[in-house]
Design a protein around this ligand. Sequence first.
Ligand code: FAD
Length: 454
Amino acid sequence: MTELAGFSGTVLTPGQDGYDDARRLWNAQHDRRPAVIAQVRSAADVAIAVRYGVENGLEIAVRGGSHSISGASSVDDGLMIDLTSLNGVSVDAEARLARVGGGALLRDLDGATQEHGLAVPAGVISHTGVGGLTLGGGMGWLTRKYGLSIDNLESVQLVSADGSILRAAEDENPDLFWGVRGGGGNFGVVTEFEFRLHEAGPMVHYGLQFWTVDQGAEVLRLARDLFATLPTDVNVVITALNAPPAPFVPEEMHFAPGYGLVIVGFGSPEEHAGVLEQIRTALPPIFEFATPMPYVALQQSLDEPNAWGHYSYEKGSYLEELTDGAIEVITQQVAQKVSPMSATLIYRLDKAYSGVDDDATAFGGERSDRFALFIVGHTAVPELLAAEQQWVRGFWEALQPHTVGIGSYVNGMTESDDDRIKASYGPKYERLQQIKAKYDPDNVFHRNQNIKPA
Ligand code: FAD
């Protein structure tokens, strides 16, 4: 094999110290053994690693935060390009811009930007990678207010399949810039993201209201109606999950299945309290918890139940409306999960999300108001995962008559199913294929929601 001449990072092969740690992925279901792990320190290292992989006929996997449920970021017998050390974040508070390494985690991004009271809209769990999350879209608490992560991207630096280091922005390689905003890791390895920043925090308002599993239909109908009057400064995620054994949860409700609304306010305390009161009046919760908290604490509040080392399987859908029919299916299916760790999450996509033109980015999903629903099977031991997979698949099938189609948010796909990927991108798929053919004609980067080169 050719050496990685000029490489400044660390190269690990099976049996070496650090190899087993480096190959570990968030979803413990995947136990992959790359032939080589190239832990890069710079864009030049990435270029060397990509050329090395191609010249030696090694299948390439790119590891950002390693949270793809499919385990796309590692590969048996191939080359894992590990971006973990490319996690620097520099903030220009005056220009409201941040430069973020391709391997940074959300917590790196939030920590650095919050020093200036600024933020990038991203996901809700701080150990997720900025890389994979952004390239597929990126949705979270700030999506109603400021759009998806990609809607706030100014430029990227990317290493393409031939090892070239390129910049993509509106004024340079605009086709590539369009493609990376939603097209995943298909076009190359992003070594740096440049984001526009917004004011958020440092303190935000948190609220959790919780109901029993029997009240599901009422909670979902209430949530559906709530969004029509909800201020843009407030976001609500609908969840069906088991109550945590937290101090604010009555003991008889510890671990009990139920429905929760998580209500996060970026505006005034009065506005947030008003939304909580509106919900409380419509349907008094079994218990509730409300407190101001720092934005960085909000971003870490779900980290622990979603920690590394569990077994996961997920499928998602878009719904234009939470119709009575959809609510009937959701409540029937939620009651059938087996693992207490499994959950159903519904994110609202409207306001700033819907203010972006469909064709402005490659995002897999139309920009009309909608819900993104995720059915997550999650277990502590591998033996239980098969039952949860069956539950997730059955739930997803049963919901089909009420969804936008078989497409969904590409970052929530466990399997790389060509028909679902095409359905998610819709008419944009052909344009993505042209861009793929230009920047990666041999499909070097295929461990992702793969777009086949035209
Ligand atoms: P990885 O597995 O490292 O990468 C995912 C894919 O992107 C792989 O194909 C990889 O090759 C590629 N990739 C990663 N970095 C780069 C890069 N720099 N250049 C090129 N390709 C790259 N999504 C949301 O939008 N909002 C959420 O709130 C949210 N919460 C989540 C919580 C958990 C616990 C989990 C597991 C996932 C969550 N997701 C969320 C989904 C998440 O966006 C995807 O799992 C995403 O793929 C994770 O990116 P990563 O870099 O951590 O993963």
